[in-house]
Write a protein that binds this ligand. Structure first.
Ligand SMILES: NC(=O)c1ccc[n+]([C@@H]2O[C@H](COP(=O)([O-])OP(=O)(O)OC[C@H]3O[C@@H](n4cnc5c(N)ncnc54)[C@H](OP(=O)(O)O)[C@@H]3O)[C@@H](O)[C@H]2O)c1
Length: 291
């Protein structure tokens, strides 16, 4: 599996990812301990044994307790990555995600806290950041702007501070609905009427694209918790304006984008359709031409 990221350990190759994903628990001696640095890193899992955790590529996932974020974490772990899960609530994280996996580390973060704190949380041992955050509905009408725009911008700026040069964002179809003639699409109206959610996401996307960071912006259609019922359709930006997709597939696209150089510096829109042909990821990503 090719890995088009900045490689901090140049001796870490494709076959090692596969090999690491199948390492056996019996060879491990695991030490979990708490570490306080301000209020930030609150739990660290370390493995001491024949297989060295430091050989695994570490991915930071923001919004790791979310419905899509937790699936991204699970799939990354299954693929042999180490994961630093950025979460607001550690107790929730421990029930949502496995707290005993030595490759999983929890970091308490709020993306509205600013880039300095986020940079400290991401750390200097992270290869890529996956952002699966989304505001939680409530009384604060500015929440979409704070989380989906400024929060994501803060994460990108944090990446720049710690030299992380790979960023995967879960955004949404229709973020640029006004420009693609979908101003009166009910979904565009609904998602913007409270807090300009899609406009906020588009602002964050624009920041990422100007930042110079190697990005893949994934814009899914309506998200479903159900398992996939169709194959993935992947199109360029501002193409899809309807359709839905399983969160399992969104998570898969996010994880696979780390493996395929064809996904770099691209915005991809995804839905699933039962009548769509099954296509390999290099073909899906490769067929999207960035404007
Ligand atoms: N719903 C749809 O049909 C749809 C369609 C297209 C795109 N999307 C987008 O896809 C993404 C994932 O959606 P989802 O429904 O899977 O997400 P979700 O379940 O709503 O999870 C959102 C995540 O964001 C976290 N979060 C919220 N505010 C935060 C903050 N200030 N700091 C740090 N983390 C924060 C939440 O943390 P807590 O768990 O602590 O609350 C949670 O982990 C979102 O950006 C969403 O807008 C959704």
């Amino acid at each position: 599996m090719a890995f088009p990221l900045m490689v901090r350990n140049p001796t870490f190759h494709t076959h090692q990812v596969t090999a690491l994903s199948s390492f056996r628990a019996k060879s491990l001696s695991i030490l979990n301990f708490a570490k306080m640095e301000g209020s930030e890193i609150t739990q660290v899992a370390r493995k001491v044994g024949d297989d060295d955790l430091s050989l695994k590529k570490k991915i930071f996932v923001a919004g790791a307790t979310g419905s899509t974020g937790k699936r991204i974490v699970q799939q990354l772990l299954a693929k042999g990555f180490a994961v630093k899960a950025g979460v607001r609530d550690l107790d929730k994280a421990k029930t949502t995600l496995s707290s005993t996996n030595p490759s999983l580390q929890f970091v308490k973060v709020d993306v509205t806290d600013g880039s300095d704190k986020l940079a400290e949380a991401i750390g200097d041992d992270t290869e890529a950041v996956v952002c699966a955050t989304g505001f939680r509905p409530g009384w604060d009408l500015l929440a979409p702007w704070k989380v989906d725009n400024f929060g994501t911008v803060n994460l990108v700026e944090a990446c720049r501070k710690v030299n992380v040069n790979r960023f995967i964002l879960i955004s949404s179809i229709l973020v640029n609905g006004a420009a693609m003639g979908q101003l009166f699409n009910p979904a565009y109206i609904f998602l913007n009427v409270f807090g300009l959610t899609l406009v906020a996401k588009l602002q964050a996307e624009n920041h990422i694209r100007k930042s110079g960071i190697n990005y893949t912006i994934i814009r899914p259609g309506g998200l479903k918790n159900d398992p996939p019922t169709g194959n993935i359709v992947m199109e360029p930006e501002d193409t899809l304006y309807e359709g839905s997709i399983s969160r399992d597939q969104v998570a898969e696209v996010a994880v696979e984008s780390l493996a395929y150089p064809e996904s770099s510096y691209k915005v991809v829109e995804i839905v699933a359709r039962p009548d769509a042909p099954k296509r390999a990821y290099h073909d899906l990503f490769g067929s999207v031409v960035q404007r």
